[in-house]
Design a protein around this ligand. Structure first.
Ligand SMILES: NC(=O)c1ccc[n+]([C@@H]2O[C@H](COP(=O)([O-])OP(=O)(O)OC[C@H]3O[C@@H](n4cnc5c(N)ncnc54)[C@H](O)[C@@H]3O)[C@@H](O)[C@H]2O)c1
Length: 425
């Protein structure tokens, strides 16, 4: 592949380093692109080879020129979520394949544009669903597919973000649902993708409820933080705040965001209690799938621990999975609970058995390195890769859940698709 990478923030480093490191003999990173000139040059400097002219860099306004000049055949997108669709469509129209960070996009009109462009061009879109690659999740899929607990009739799925990780979404561009689709899209796209992939089905209807409780002006008042500033930097109550972020105390944060502020005015440490935030921190939904199975889903962004709990109900038994997942985020003190994964099989008439769970090293339960190997290495796996259709289905539950939050009604996904003229996925 000749890869052009757009979006040079935190997440892109994993892809950039893979392309210029272990997979450099198979692929070429031909150019970098970003709207922020500082972050763009920072990334270019990190991969410049001594004795060369370095790597080509382009500002976002020159994205199309970059594709034409650099002969890219693949575009890797790691920009904020609301900008994915525009880049996907332009890359496809330029004859490139796309690898896009999750979520593929955040709303129905842009989804329609992506599907139409993919249909027109026939090029490939792949969404980077790293969670599929964790060996523990693959084990679950294999057990369910083998009929170990009979027909899967439903599941309870709970995702807990701890206070360090959860609060961070309220500081960054994610805090405006217009940028991220809210946590029902931005975060839950992973979870809905796992459900679709585990059950081999797609969501059909959803009801939802939620709100903003822990990171709200009311909570700021309860904590005695009245008079807080618009950001942690210079905040008059920072010393009393339980959620401070000191951009200058972490070299990575300072380099990526503080030093780049002057270019675009983006502040990485905006106040998590600001009234203008539109993100919910508490979300629940009930989902009906096309195959008749049902799910209860819950996401909280202020839990005392971080991880996943899921219980599958089958006609022959239950399968439960609990993963305490402490992966790297910036700032704050994390809870002490150590990483652990437990998967328990309980068949009707038998005692529950804790299964031996396969492990892998690396971020997101060992998923990230395995995903990189699958994307860039030899012999990729069709079973775990996710295309534009999987990308679409993974956001449709969240988009419908947002609609259900607004309407207070059960939202049928088929009706929502029909309203925007999407005839098939
Ligand atoms: N799969 C995962 O586990 C995972 C983890 C983290 C982030 N992500 C995804 O990666 C993407 C990037 O997130 P991040 O944490 O790196 O954010 P970030 O804010 O650190 O970086 C975003 C970068 O995009 C640039 N940018 C903003 N608007 C742009 C535009 N219109 N054109 C070009 N560049 C633009 C910014 O200047 C910045 O450098 C998001 O879609 C996010 O959902 C996925």
């Amino acid at each position: 592949m000749k890869v052009a990478l757009v979006g040079c923030g935190s997440r892109h480093q994993m892809f950039r380093n893979a392309l210029t490191g272990p997979y450099a003999d198979r692929h070429e990173l031909v150019a970098l692109c970003d709207s922020n000139p500082y972050r763009l040059s920072l990334s270019a400097a990190a991969v410049a080879k001594p004795g060369t002219n370095g790597i080509a860099t382009y500002l976002s306004a020159d994205f199309d020129r970059m594709l034409a000049e650099q002969g890219a055949d693949t575009v890797l997108i790691s920009t904020p979520d609301n900008t994915h669709a525009g880049y996907i469509v332009r890359a496809l129209e330029a004859g490139c394949d796309v690898i896009c960070e999750k979520p593929m996009t955040i709303d129905l009109p842009s989804l329609r544009q992506i599907l139409a462009a993919q249909d027109r061009t026939g090029r490939k879109v792949r969404v980077a669903f790293n969670y599929r690659y964790a060996p523990a999740r693959q084990q679950i899929r294999a057990l369910l597919a083998a009929g170990t607990i009979g027909t899967v009739t439903g599941l309870d799925f709970r995702w807990h973000l701890d206070q360090v990780h959860g609060s961070d979404y309220f500081r960054r561009w994610h805090r405006d649902k217009a940028n991220s689709g809210g946590l029902f899209v931005h975060k839950a796209t992973h979870h809905f993708d796992l459900m679709n992939w585990w059950l081999g089905t797609t969501p059909a209807a959803i009801s939802a409820s939620g709100g903003r409780h822990a990171y709200s002006p009311v909570r700021a008042a309860e904590l005695g933080l009245v008079g807080h500033g618009p950001r942690c930097t210079g905040c008059p109550v920072a010393l009393r705040c339980p959620y401070p972020l000191d951009l200058d105390a972490d070299k990575r944060l300072a380099a990526l965001y503080r030093d780049a502020e002057a270019e675009d005015g983006y502040h990485r440490d905006q106040c998590i209690f600001s009234p203008e935030i539109t993100l919910e921190d508490t979300l629940q939904a009930q989902i009906r799938f096309a195959n008749g199975a049902t799910a209860n889903y819950s996401l909280t962004a202020y839990a005392p621990w971080e991880g996943l709990e899921v219980m599958f109900y089958g006609t022959g038994g239950q399968l439960s999975h609990r993963h305490v997942e402490v992966h790297g985020v910036f700032g704050g003190k994390r809870p002490k609970e150590k990483q652990s994964v437990t998967t328990t099989l309980h068949l009707a008439g038998q005692d529950p058995t804790n299964l031996a769970v396969p492990k892998a090293q690396g971020d997101h339960g060992g998923a990230d390195p395995l995903m990189l190997q699958d994307i860039f290495g030899e012999g990729g796996s069709e079973t775990h890769a996710s295309d534009h259709r999987a990308g679409a289905w993974s956001i449709l539950a969240g988009i419908a859940a947002n609609a259900a939050l607004a309407s207070g009604q059960v939202e049928e996904i088929g009706d929502l698709l029909a309203q925007v003229g999407i005839a098939r996925i």
